[in-house]
Design a protein around this ligand. Structure first.
Ligand code: GLY
Length: 570
């Protein structure tokens, strides 16, 4: 702890010249022991432009919810693989008065969806149909989400908030090296799925300025005419005609029916922390609560960070939680979820009866199935704290990178492939290798189960941390490891976010560790105990964006070194 405080003092001294004026904005994106420190407010997101726009909205007097709208839409412009108008997400919030809540703007199955829509006449699962093209698209929720959040908590006019975002789309932004590679990698797929060229099928290099006039126009219509521009008027008509031309089944009625929903978050204690996270239809909060409540029974700080014993405890807790996930979790508006039982101390203790440090519990003894990870995935998370003390954590997604790959040239945005998060055929894995059961079967108007885990943490009844990450099924385990890194292993926020991560999800029965980041001795010890360790195939697990409230009230950003993620604050 002493070391941490000395480093903190040094950093505060170093950035004193930067932080002296509360109006001067600072940003930080490089790997460091400490992340950006700012005194009043901060946004950490996948892109500097989005963090900056969110931060500037707060400098103009806006609150965290105004900044949420700005950041969410800015990500749709400058991080289009996951930021979106054509997808959905979740927000968890804590107001300056300590009230907590959650907003669900997850996509929904269209009215014409049915349980077997991805099966052929022989009940064979047609994998591609839930992943690419019109039939993969769920009814988008993001625009409903930002308007719902703004209506309850916003303080600046929507036009003021959207103005800098529209300018960003119009004037463009410089694409990064990572982004140029990503756009180039997907260019042929975009061409093939859309059967035409677009601004995304050009050849890119780092530093190119990327403009999206069509998206600027769409955002302008939303700014001028509100939510109905997207769900009822011109945008809706264009979208429905386009989707139907591409094999989709979303109708004007689907768009008109869509509502974002306020939900009670999942709230639980880990030792003296109070953790507030996303409730179903995300599995994030329940799964994380099961894993952390189980972990609390073991002295992992004594075992040490990423040691064999710590990895064993977390892996076995993860294995059991993900097995429960596939049985019990789905859309709470359609099924009953036994939340209290799943989170009861007695139940969780009992689940670990079969665990011994001598060896791994084979997943097939917990239940059945065998699958493999299919494709890398993109979602995105941002964390915001404002100068009034409000905090939010938002995770938003198109599901896979660029979703269904369908890009509407007239509207300027991509459409999700969130339908793949349903269990199209129980026992068959989705994009993330997750097996689902009946609880997550497709039904008209149902929301598909998610792993997104936007999370806030309180310590001593005060706000302590806000965090989340992309990463599909690895989201839950990345979030909880980040919390443990600070709480149990005394890391700074930046160190906690950058530290090597591992993941187990029951099936496939594999401990996935970030390549080259774990020592050979630990991997050998785990293998000797019967764990199958994959240390070759995951170049990175998650990209956590987080903010920690330090003991003097200042904020430390943790912007994950794995991406272009950046903290901006003042
Ligand atoms: N599509 C990723 C998730 O919702 O978990």
């Amino acid at each position: 702890m002493k070391k941490k405080h000395a480093l903190l003092s040094l950093c505060i001294l170093l950035c004193f010249w930067q932080c002296d004026s509360p109006k001067k904005e600072i940003s930080h994106s490089t790997t460091a022991v400490l992340g950006l420190i700012s005194q009043k407010a901060m946004v950490v997101s996948a892109r500097e432009e989005a963090s900056r726009i969110g931060s500037e909205i707060m400098q103009q007097g806006g609150n965290a919810f105004d900044a949420m709208v700005a950041t969410e839409m800015a990500l749709a412009v400058c991080y289009p693989n996951a930021g979106n108008l054509g997808g959905g997400g979740f927000m968890v919030y804590r107001t300056h008065r300590g009230e907590v809540g959650a907003l669900d703007y997850r996509e929904k199955a269209p009215l014409r969806a049915n349980r077997d829509m991805y099966l052929d006449e022989n009940k064979k699962y047609l994998q591609d149909k839930s992943k690419t093209g019109g039939l993969a698209v769920g009814v988008p929720g993001t625009i409903a989400g930002i308007f719902k959040a703004h209506k309850r908590f916003g303080s600046l006019p929507m036009q003021t908030i959207l103005r800098p975002v529209i300018l960003l789309a119009k004037n463009g932004f410089k694409i990064t090296e990572k982004q140029a590679k990503q756009f180039n990698d997907y260019s042929a797929v975009f061409k093939q799925v859309n059967q035409e060229n677009s601004i995304y099928t050009k050849k890119f290099k780092a530093g190119d300025v990327f403009k999206n006039e069509a998206l600027a126009n769409t955002l302008q219509q939303i700014s001028d005419n509100g939510r109905s521009a997207f769900y009822q008027d011109e945008i809706a008509k264009t979208l429905v005609a386009y989707l139907q031309k591409n094999g989709g089944i979303i109708s004007l009625k689907d768009l008109d029916n869509y509502q974002a929903i306020w939900r009670e978050p999942i709230v639980f204690n880990y030792k003296d922390l109070r953790i507030i996270s996303m409730s179903p239809p995300s599995s994030g909060g329940i799964c994380m609560a099961q894993i952390l409540k189980t972990t609390a029974n073991y002295p992992i700080a004594q075992y040490g960070h990423n040691t064999t014993k710590t990895i064993q405890v977390l892996t076995e807790a993860q294995r059991r939680a993900y097995a429960d996930r596939s049985h019990y979790l789905g859309d709470p508006d359609f099924i009953d979820i036994p939340v209290d039982s799943l989170l009861s101390d007695a139940y969780l203790k009992g689940r670990m009866d079969s665990f011994s440090f001598e060896g791994a519990t084979p997943s097939k003894e917990l239940t059945h199935g065998a699958i493999s990870q299919a494709e890398s995935t993109e979602t995105t998370h941002y964390s915001i704290i404002d100068s009034y003390g409000n905090a939010i954590a938002v995770t938003t997604t198109l599901n896979a990178s660029f979703g269904s790959k369908l890009y509407n040239k007239k509207l300027g945005f991509f459409l999700n492939n969130e339908m793949d998060d349903f269990s199209a055929k129980p026992g068959t894995p989705n994009l993330f290798g997750l097996i689902g059961g009946d609880a997550n079967a497709i039904a008209p108007q149902k929301r598909m189960l998610s792993s997104m885990t936007p999370t806030l943490v309180e310590k001593d009844n005060k706000l302590w941390m806000t965090l989340g990450t992309p990463g599909g099924s690895t989201i839950i385990t990345s979030v909880l490891q980040t919390i443990l890194n600070v709480y149990e292993f005394n890391m700074s926020m930046q160190q906690a976010v950058d530290a090597p991560r591992f993941h187990h999800q029951w099936l496939p029965d594999i401990v996935k560790v970030e390549a080259t980041s774990f020592d050979a001795k630990t991997i050998k010890e785990l293998e000797n105990k019967g764990y199958v360790v994959d240390y070759k195939n995951a170049s990175s697990i998650g990209r956590v964006d987080a903010i920690l409230v330090l003991s003097d009230g200042s904020l430390e950003g943790g912007a994950d070194k794995r991406g272009d993620d950046t903290a901006v604050g003042f």
